[in-house]
Design a protein around this ligand. Structure first.
Ligand SMILES: Cc1ncc(COP(=O)(O)O)c(C=O)c1O
Length: 375
């Protein structure tokens, strides 16, 4: 086992050798500008279109509904702001647990925004959503993520999409933590806007895609050339796009084996934690959560205050559930939104198929020295 062990896969994932190989070959040979009409340009263009076909097939969309972007942040910014402008949206329904790239974009729109209540597991109340949508007057965009990146709660996107359809509302879904891990079929689930990012499924950083339902017409949000069918100008990130498609293809092909391995690692971690420690809380533990995310809240102690620092010096990469501003540590907005006790220390461990049971054993042994409440 090599140190450090990497348990921060909801943040980003390592590139797979097959992805590097696919990118390398295009980096070496394909330098043509995809907008050029000569042979080298046409070749680059065909590489992008093959990647688009791969993505479209995975989410059951048509190729004309898939647009490559520089990130999910760009996709969410672009789709939300353009939807508000082009579709006359006057109200957005969302939650305080969305990713900052969604929340801050929504806030920048300066339109009526309703935050759905969340229970202590981070779950929404579908009755509340239905009730709000029944007021058909304001043209509404519902923006809800598929899987929460901090606590892993899975939202019922099928039901949300059906409610939006029934009430003629638009549905934007940040599916960054789900793409490549959980099934998304835009023919079966009536989503209007969806975002994804390659580096969450072992693809390269700096490339993502958005799906925009073909029946919805929104204005571009980047002006320039006619790339990405005028929606998003700028010479395409050819190598990134190839890496994204290869990583997605592998993720979908190996989904069952990867996900069952990841689920077994999470189950092992939770079982060991429950056996060896007292007064732990599994955030969103009462809800359906993603197999790759375990958010653990440790009781307050001098040792737990130094938890992130100690994990790091012991060769364990994980993520904190808090942020420091003006020298004061406070819970993340997601933890605040679910009423988490700010005196407790939250650590998010997130897995990929590259992690091993041996790494979980190592983590448990280290945690025994880092938190005093061991039974
Ligand atoms: C749920 C969610 N949405 C959006 C993003 C932003 O993705 P990107 O890094 O591609 O901008 C992330 C990444 O952390 C995320 O987890």
């Amino acid at each position: 086992m090599n140190l450090p062990i990497y348990l921060d896969n909801a943040s980003t994932t390592p590139l797979l050798p097959e992805v590097i190989e696919a990118m390398n070959s295009v980096m070496t040979d394909e330098y043509g500008n995809p907008s050029s009409i000569h042979a080298k340009g046409r070749k680059s263009k065909s590489v992008i279109e093959a990647a688009r076909k791969t993505v479209a097939k995975v989410i059951n969309a048509s190729v004309a509904e898939v647009f490559f972007t520089s990130s999910a942040t760009e996709a969410n910014n672009g789709m939300i702001s353009s939807a508000v402008k082009s579709l006359g949206i006057s109200r957005i329904i969302t939650t305080k647990a969305e990713h900052p790239c969604v929340l801050n974009t929504i806030q920048s729109q300066k339109i009526d925004t309703v935050y759905l209540s969340l229970n202590s597991n981070g779950e929404i109340d579908l009755y509340e959503l239905n009730h709000l949508l029944s007021d058909s007057d304001p043209k509404t965009l519902v923006s809800l993520m598929y899987i929460n990146n901090e606590i892993g709660v899975i939202h019922p996107v099928n039901k949300i999409a059906e409610l939006c359809k029934e009430h003629n509302a638009y549905f934007h879904c940040d599916a960054v933590q789900a793409v490549g891990k959980y099934k998304i079929d835009v023919q079966k689930t009536p989503i209007h806007f969806l975002s994804s990012s390659a580096h969450k499924f072992h693809g390269p950083k700096g490339v993502g895609f958005m799906y925009i339902n073909g029946d919805v017409s929104i204005e571009p949000y980047l002006y320039g050339g006619s790339q990405e069918r005028n929606m998003r100008a700028g010479t395409e990130n050819l190598y990134g796009i190839v890496g994204l498609a290869k990583a997605l293809e592998l993720a979908v092909h190996e989904k069952e084996s990867r996900m069952s391995h990841i689920a077994s690692l999470k189950a092992k971690l939770l079982e060991e934690l429950m056996t060896h420690f007292v007064d732990l809380k599994i955030n969103a533990g009462g809800a359906q959560t993603a197999a790759h995310i375990a958010s653990i809240s440790f009781p307050h102690s001098d040792k737990s205050e130094l938890m992130m620092f100690n994990l790091d010096i012991n060769g364990i990469c994980a993520s904190a559930g808090s942020a420091c501003s003006s020298g004061v540590e406070h819970d993340s907005p997601v933890l605040e939104a679910i009423g988490h006790d700010p005196k407790r220390k939250t650590v998010r461990f997130s897995f990929s198929h590259l992690n091993t049971a041996e790494e979980i054993d190592y983590l448990i042994e280290k945690l025994k020295t880092l938190t005093p409440l061991q039974s």
